[in-house]
Design a protein around this ligand. Structure first.
Ligand code: SAM
Length: 252
């Protein structure tokens, strides 16, 4: 899973595009689709990454755009969403945050399962448009947060969901201590992952697995085993220190 162009800039030029333009862009480059194992869900998704990627560069006027993650339902998200459909009690009546939401897949399923409130977080400005379109298509209300929460202590929520976030070393290294910190402060942290290379070796307790249908345009197989884990704060010195670093306010 290659995710970046070699010269991808740090900033997000798409942020300067008005939300209405981003919404039109998402609507133009996707089509409403249903997903196996997730009845009652319709997401606006793309069939192929490359044309959307090229169009993103054209729309933003900058070479080196991030992969349009928001245009796909990733295997980790499909597994976590399937788990929530089978176990709505995990989120029913709870305050939920879906970290790294992409299309909004997991956030929307949590809302459909009866969460009291759902916030979806992603740093890609196109994800804001995708989440808005997909929430509307499914008749649910999702709050969107577009800033990078990894630079802050985790928010006070009952359930923190994070699907398919171990695909890139630097991102995984920042996200994992933050998830541990969320677990240490009392959130139930549920993760979906299809065996990505940067999945942490400890602190994850598997609670379910699903054979999820994906596409060989994204993965090397059409059916992938997606696993669902609970993240538990561990007593190991390394994990505890990492969690403490994540929850400490940054000092310039
Ligand atoms: C592989 S996609 C997973 C999307 C969704 N959870 C799913 O399973 O379909 C990873 C997502 O992480 C987002 N992301 C990367 N860094 C992030 C950060 N620091 N904070 C929030 N989201 C981030 C990307 O923009 C992308 O949408």
């Amino acid at each position: 899973m290659s995710t970046r162009r070699a010269n991808e800039p740090e900033d997000r030029p798409a942020r300067t595009l008005p939300l209405s333009h981003r919404r039109s862009f998402v609507a133009h480059h996707t089509r409403a689709q249903t997903l196996p194992g997730l009845p009652g869900l319709r997401l606006h998704l793309a069939d192929d990454a490359v044309p959307v990627w090229q169009a993103t560069e054209a729309a933003t006027g900058v070479a080196g755009a991030p992969l349009p993650f928001w245009a796909f339902a990733w295997s980790g998200g499909l597994a976590l969403a399937r788990y929530l459909v089978e176990h709505p009690e995990e989120v029913r009546g709870r305050r939920v945050l879906d970290f790294a939401t992409g299309s909004g897949l997991v956030a929307i399923v949590a809302a459909q399962a009866g969460a009291a409130s759902v916030a979806a977080v992603d740093i890609d400005p196109f994800a804001e448009a995708a989440v808005g379109i997909n929430a509307k298509a499914n008749g649910v209300r999702i709050e969107y947060i577009g800033r990078d929460l990894l630079g802050e202590p985790p928010p006070d929520v009952d359930v923190l969901l994070a699907a398919d976030t171990w695909y890139e070393g630097p991102f995984a290294e920042r996200a994992y201590p933050w998830l541990l910190a969320a677990a240490a402060q009392g959130s139930r942290v549920l993760v979906g992952d299809p065996g990505r290379i940067y999945r942490p070796a400890d602190g994850l307790h598997e609670i379910a697995s699903f054979e999820v249908e994906t596409t060989t345009k994204l993965e090397d197989r059409a059916v992938v085993t997606g696993r669902v884990y609970v993240v538990r704060a561990t007593d190991e010195p390394g994990a505890a220190a990492a969690a403490a670093r994540a929850s400490a306010p940054s000092v310039e």
